[in-house]
Design a protein around this ligand. Structure first.
Ligand code: PLP
Length: 423
């Protein structure tokens, strides 16, 4: 079957033909290729077209597709243990691994998605502090939990809808919105409200396109949270194990109270986790009064895939050197061409995640800046890239990802494709 035929057929049985909105390519007004197979740096569609994959399942496939150690871990584990809904040894092995890796995580709870991780972390913060309100940032995305669907980026921005239908006003009345990289916007909220349980932030934003947090901004958040008895939650679902092995918090040297994870930590299987200071985590049921549970949480196959991935990243520190080299080569290449051809772009990057913004500004520091992008130009760029065999995120407001299997040649192909793009 052709890609388009499968997509048409899918639309009969799944809303929009997809299980997550951005996959429908609505922003770029194209039909998506239907992906059949992935191997190393490549993915292949149902018609046999081959693409260099710069989406990497939106981050998780940092080892490239079907890495043999991850495949073996999944195969081996699934022969004896698919699911018990009971405690298994491999859960604590991955938990211990993450706690030993990420500096500010003493204890961790496994869940099944990034959304579950962030919504549970908020509940825990409320249970711990006895306060109700939360602060999030315009353009920040923390999953599809009602309380976060306020001025959210990513999928919602892609769809061009300001919020979401089905979210009662009551569910968002405790969510306060500040501006990213603008500490006085946060300070003003703290001065006005005294009931703030948590500030949740992507230390390196990835869901309004990539916008690294300024160090002074993130330090300012830490100070304000300390001053007002509020928990600081770093949402490292995307940045964790990606921008650095120990996460964005290791780059900035800032201590969040809680951290949320997903994506890379599950090696490509459905996953999530939240962790942090022991005294906070001990408020979770069965130890404490904050209830949170999951039939599939800590699933052995997921744990095995995650552990295989994290171990391989740990055992090969040169991977991060390689990723940085690829990233800076790509950035230099694109910026040089853009300058030569007079294409207005801002290239924001943190290690192995980046966004090429089609933006006339000098810099993109927050959601307001990001919204000034030329999305029509982006759509034409996207079409050109995918036709050139370069698979990137089909939206201006998403991150693009590198993986360790990629080579200089893959980066050269990206740069060449950009070079042949006529605006
Ligand atoms: C992807 C993402 C989420 C949501 O994770 P899901 O597994 O898709 O629910 C939350 N926060 C950030 C920063 C993300 O990038």
């Amino acid at each position: 079957m052709k890609n388009d035929d499968i997509f048409e057929e899918s639309k009969k049985y799944m809303p929009g033909g997809v299980n997550s909105p951005v996959r429908a390519f609505k922003d770029v007004s194209l039909n998506p290729p239907i992906i059949k197979k992935g191997q190393g740096t490549y993915i292949y569609d149902e018609e046999g077209n081959k693409y260099i994959d710069f989406v990497c399942s939106w981050g998780p496939m940092i080892l490239g597709h079907c890495d043999e150690d991850v495949v073996n871990a999944i195969k081996h584990t699934s022969e004896n243990s698919i699911s018990f809904g009971a405690t298994t040894k491999i859960e604590f092995e991955l938990a211990k691994y993450i706690c030993k890796t990420v500096d500010n995580v003493d204890m961790i709870r496994m869940v099944n998605s990034g959304t579950e991780a962030t919504m549970s972390a908020i509940k825990l913060a409320r249970g711990y502090t006895g306060k109700n309100k939360i602060i999030k940032f315009a353009g920040g995305y923390h999953g599809h939990f009602d309380g976060f669907l306020v001025d959210a980026g990513s999928g919602l921005m892609t769809e061009g809808i300001p919020g979401s239908a089905g979210v009662p006003e009551d569910s968002i009345k405790n969510t306060l919105i500040a501006e990213y990289n603008n500490i006085s916007s946060v300070e003003n909220i703290f001065k006005k409200y005294n009931d703030i349980a948590a500030v949740i932030v992507e230390p390196v934003a990835g869901n309004m396109g990539v916008i690294p947090g300024d160090k002074s901004f993130l330090m300012g958040l830490r100070e304000l949270c300390d001053k007002y008895g509020t928990l600081l939650i770093f949402d490292e679902v995307m940045s964790g194990f990606r921008v650095a092995y120990k996460g964005a918090q290791s780059i900035y040297g800032i201590k969040p109270d809680l951290t949320t994870f997903a994506k890379i930590m599950g090696g490509g299987l459905p996953c999530g986790a939240y962790g942090g200071r022991r005294e906070i985590m001990e408020k979770l049921s069965p130890m404490g009064p904050v209830y949170q549970a999951g039939t599939m949480s800590g699933n052995p196959i997921v744990m095995a895939a995650g552990l295989a991935t994290l171990k391989k990243l740990h055992d090969n520190p040169e991977y991060y050197v390689h990723l940085e080299k690829l990233g800076s080569k790509l950035q230099n290449g694109i910026e040089t061409i853009a300058k030569k051809k007079d294409i207005p772009v801002v290239f924001n990057r943190c290690g192995a995640m980046f966004t090429l913004f089609f933006n006339k500004n000098k810099e993109v520091k927050n959601y307001e800046d990001a919204k000034k992008c030329d999305t029509a130009l982006f759509a034409r760029y996207f079409e050109h890239m995918i036709k050139s065999g370069i698979y990137i995120a089909p939206s201006q407001f998403e991150a693009v990802f590198l993986n360790v299997k990629q080579t200089d040649e893959d980066i050269d192909k990206f740069i060449q494709a950009f070079n042949s793009f006529e605006i």
